[in-house]
Design a binder for this molecule. Structure first.
Ligand code: GLN
Ligand code: ZN
Length: 763
């Protein structure tokens, strides 16, 4: 029996890669220094996995930014606008990821979107009709050799050719990206052959699109692709990895592909084991994804052994691998780093496992499955932890459970319909047409972050910290007034992260110190851990909302994170339905909304950027998810009077296909990301007339590039063609916390100018 890991986190156990990349971008370290940091991380990861007894240790799972972008570079699918950078691979790579504004050049970044239902963002490949591919850079080969030189035999991981094409977008009309397969395959074959020649034994080809709804054309593409690869590389052992869902009706296709092994996710789709055992041809190896790559709970050994013991008699031990359900990219590095018992009590900690612990679990499971009796005490320990969690009083709160049971449809509805509310709100707020606002956060500068760090370390008193935050908030309010924004925000300087900030104040949440997970590029998030029933012991945002509002007569938006997003960006309980946990959070947010209104806050924004990423991978499962997600938002947001204006904000997804459900959320205003995809979102409004107000983001805040006034005006004009002007707001496409003040100031001044130009045209 072999143990198999699909991928390992790569940001570094202390976020070394993040720091190195950011220093490199700032010009503070050289490329050579950056490369060294990458190499050190790879070596650490490989050594750890090897020494723990993992048989199939992944390589090429490392990336300086994103593995899909790596694939784009590997196969030379470099969009024409970057042609002038082709001679500097690193500059080219980061320009594709982040845009390039230097030496008089001004090149926009590639689009970014979420990787399936994770909070990981990848860089979307761009394809032209005449797209050519060539082996630009065999990164997989380089990393394979690097491991080998250290005496470590690794299994190179590649995004499979079909999933690679499907993850991209056609940038012109008249073709489908799968038609490019014929041109792409020779490049994959070339690079696989190089791996074969270098001595690679196993290669993992990730084909997560096999768990999605695919049509006949796609199925054909799969067969063609793997027939061709098999023929060209007869010796290489090919493992196709599927994850995040079950194969369902694609199972017959997947088991028949001419490869050596198939990996399935048994955490997300445990019931597919029977199907695969019945269908997998006798010469194939089955990789059982039993250790959760998406959550931080300890593996239930009894349950995993049950899967293994079911597979082994049918397959034979030689044909079974024990594996993580998906790459461990989506879980933090090492639970052993968590020594702060106040943040994470020993009782809760004993229920958890991070990547490093999951590696050990895999090694242990293998030994247990092989009947190693010396390890029975480990099995006992595991059983005890499971039992302790099941019965712990930390988890159950009777009051919360009763309140949830008493929720009715009336708790999910505003008092009056939108047109009535809009009038009342306009009387209250007196906003101009094309009202301007921002999404919430202002730059979290080094100073702001250093105050928080010092405060946490006790180097700054609570009074001093409070004074500093107030001065920053005041400066920001005054600046917004000065440049003429209409609805102001307090800037969110007191917040580390939009979910953590709330989780820290809610009951039922636990926290880690080093539990970082990559979100995009060098950005990491530290998801809270929801371990028990959720409730709100005290107001969470009132203090800062009150302070900010006291500084101005303009409306300041109260700023909250919505229940679906809090759920989606946390590690959730695996002992109850997500919908139930979401309802508990919704009730807590509802209380906060009512408190803000009571305090005189007239506009309240409840961010739900994650609503779409919670969508199940299969369309069949969408409706039931959307029903409870929308209802949760409504429960959180409808406790207020008609004259109180509720905003919501969404970003980084395509919302076109769920626009009807977004309308059902019935927020008075939605601000929504769409500048990076050139207002493609607006297509949805041609088809569906969105009933409430809407602010399509007019510039991309994820790049330091400052937009021109003309660009913004053009976007607004485009928007006004499909959305009635009375419904339009003007805002950036997301919060500004990752930006510097300089570009923020310039951009917003231009945005306000653009809004004024639009108003003048109305007059
Ligand atoms: N209010 C949040 C902010 O501005 C929203 C962030 C987000 O949508 N990701 O930072
Ligand atoms: Zn956003």
């Amino acid at each position: 029996m072999q143990t198999n890991i699909l991928g390992y986190p790569r940001i570094g156990s202390r976020r070394e890669l993040k720091k190195a990349c950011e220093s490199f971008w700032a010009g503070n370290i050289t490329e050579e220094e950056l490369l060294k940091v990458g190499a050190a991380i790879r070596q650490q990861n490989w050594t750890l996995q090897k020494e723990s007894g993992i048989d199939l240790v992944p390589s090429n799972d490392f990336s300086f930014y994103d593995q899909v972008l790596d694939t784009t570079l590997t196969v030379g699918a470099i969009p024409a606008r970057y042609a002038s950078l082709q001679n500097d691979r690193m500059a080219l790579y980061f320009a594709m990821a982040r845009g390039y504004q230097r030496e008089g050049k001004d090149i926009t970044a590639m689009e970014m979107t979420k990787w399936f239902d994770t909070n990981y963002h990848y860089i979307v490949p761009e394809f032209a009709r005449s797209q050519n591919f060539f082996l630009f850079y065999n990164k997989a080969l380089e990393e394979y050799r690097e491991g080998k030189a250290q005496g470590i035999e690794t299994k190179p991981v590649l995004l499979g050719p079909v999933s690679y094409l499907l993850s991209g977008k056609e940038k012109e009309a008249g073709f489908h990206r799968l038609e490019l397969l014929e041109r792409l395959l020779p490049v994959y074959i070339e690079l696989l052959k190089e791996l074969e020649e270098a001595g690679a034994v196993w290669v993992q080809l990730d084909e997560p699109f096999l768990v999605t709804d695919i049509d006949e054309k796609t199925k054909k593409a799969y067969t063609e692709a793997y027939d061709a690869i098999r023929k060209a590389c007869p010796r290489l052992k090919l493992l196709i990895a599927t994850y995040f869902e079950g194969l369902r009706e694609n199972m017959p296709l997947a088991v028949q592909l001419p490869v050596d092994a198939l990996h399935i996710d048994l955490v997300r789709a445990p019931s597919q084991l029977d199907d695969v055992l019945a269908q997998l041809p006798a010469d194939k190896v089955l990789s059982l994804g039993v250790v959760d790559g998406r959550n931080i709970w300890k593996n239930n050994f009894d349950q995993s052994l049950e899967f293994i013991n079911k597979a082994v008699p049918r397959m034979g031990t030689g044909r079974v691998m024990i594996a993580g359900s998906s790459s461990f990219l989506h879980v933090p590095y090492d639970l052993d780093l968590e020594t702060d018992e106040e943040a994470l009590t020993p009782e809760i900690k004993q229920w958890m496992a991070f990547a490093r612990q999951k590696v050990e679990e895999l090694a242990l499971l293998k030994k247990l499955a092989e009947g190693d009796r010396s390890l029975l005490s480990k099995l006992d320990e595991n059983r005890q932890a499971m039992e302790n969690k099941r019965t712990s009083p930390l988890i159950h709160n009777k009051e919360v459970e009763e309140r949830c049971a008493a929720v009715s449809d009336n708790d999910a509805r505003r008092k009056s319909p939108f047109p009535v509310r809009k009038k009342l709100q306009q009387q209250e707020l007196q906003l101009p047409s094309y009202p301007t606002t921002t999404i919430g956060s202002f730059p979290q500068t080094k100073e702001v972050r250093s105050w928080r760090a010092k405060f946490k370390k006790g180097e700054l008193s609570a009074e001093e910290y409070d004074r500093l935050l107030k001065s920053e908030t005041k400066k920001t309010i005054e600046w917004q007034e000065r440049i003429g924004l209409d609805v102001l925000v307090h800037g969110e300087f007191e917040r580390n992260d939009m979910v953590e900030y709330f989780g820290e104040q809610l009951d039922g949440f636990a926290f880690t110190r080093f539990g970082w997970v990559q979100s995009y590029g060098s950005r990491c998030v530290k998801p809270p851990v929801i371990y028990g029933d959720v409730s709100r012991p005290h107001p969470m945002t009132l203090y800062w909302a009150n302070y900010a509002q006291s500084l101005t007569t303009k409306p300041v938006k109260g700023m909250l994170t919505g229940p679906v997003t809090i759920l989606q960006w946390s590690f959730v309980r695996n002992d109850q339905e997500r919908s139930k946990t979401c309802l508990q959070i919704a009730l807590s947010i509802r209380d906060e909304v009512c408190d803000l209104e009571q305090a005189g806050i007239r506009v309240i924004q409840i961010d739900e950027p994650a609503i779409r990423e919670g969508l199940p991978i299969r369309r069949n499962d969408w409706k039931s998810y959307l029903d409870w997600a929308v209802r949760s938002f409504c429960i959180a947001s409808t406790g207020v009077e008609d004259k109180t204006q509720i905003h919501t904000h969404m970003c980084y997804s395509e919302f076109n296909d769920i626009i009807e459900h977004i309308a059902l959320m019935d927020a008075d205003v939605i601000t929504i990301e769409c500048s990076r995809s050139q207002m493609e979102l607006l297509d949805a409004f041609v088809r569906f007339s969105y009933p409430n107000d809407i602010g399509p983001g007019v510039y991309d805040i994820h790049s330091p590039r400052v937009p021109t006034v003309d660009e913004i005006v053009d976007l607004l004009k485009e928007a006004a063609r499909v959305i009635p002007q009375e419904q339009l707001w003007v805002n950036p496409d997301c919060g500004l916390k990752t930006r510097g003040w300089k570009e923020t100031e310039e951009s917003l001044i231009r945005m306000v100018k653009a809004a004024r130009l639009m108003r003048e045209q109305l007059a």
